[in-house]
Design a protein around this ligand. Structure first.
Ligand code: AMP
Ligand code: ZN
Length: 112
């Protein structure tokens, strides 16, 4: 499949990985927009939450729970922001669901 995140998951292309389990990887964003800018990428390929199956929704819930459990060890003790862009208006550029995990500093109150 011609998906850059699937290639990162299979290690066909390198990434700066900070966490991995059976459901997901967390890597450093190649173009960080905040002091800490990570990407949580479920191993299952689907474009966005509109496309997701019920089973993938359960998996995603567990992935989010894990982010919470390991957030301190990722340097996010003071808080963080989760963002998942969808489609044209959401400015999604990679068609494999992912969550941006942003923090390491006080973020802007503006999100739009
Ligand atoms: P989005 O625009 O929400 O689809 O987010 C895609 C993100 O993937 C962007 O923040 C990119 O900087 C990031 N990105 C693209 N290619 C790579 C890569 N090879 N390694 C790490 N991050 C990447
Ligand atoms: Zn993919």
């Amino acid at each position: 499949m011609n998906c850059i995140f699937c290639k990162i998951i299979s290690e066909a292309i390198p990434s700066d990985k900070v966490y991995e389990d059976e459901r997901m990887i967390i890597i450093k964003d190649i173009n960080p927009q905040t002091k800490i800018h990570l990407l949580m990428i479920p191993k299952s390929h689907y474009s966005n939450i509109v496309e997701m199956t019920e089973a993938q929704a359960v998996e995603l819930g567990l992935c989010l729970k894990t982010i919470g459990e390991i957030s301190n060890s990722l340097g996010l003790k003071e808080g963080f922001r989760l963002v998942s862009n969808k489609g044209t208006n959401g400015c999604q550029s990679v068609e494999h669901l992912h969550f941006h995990i942003m923090g390491g500093e006080l973020l802007s109150e503006r999100m739009g």
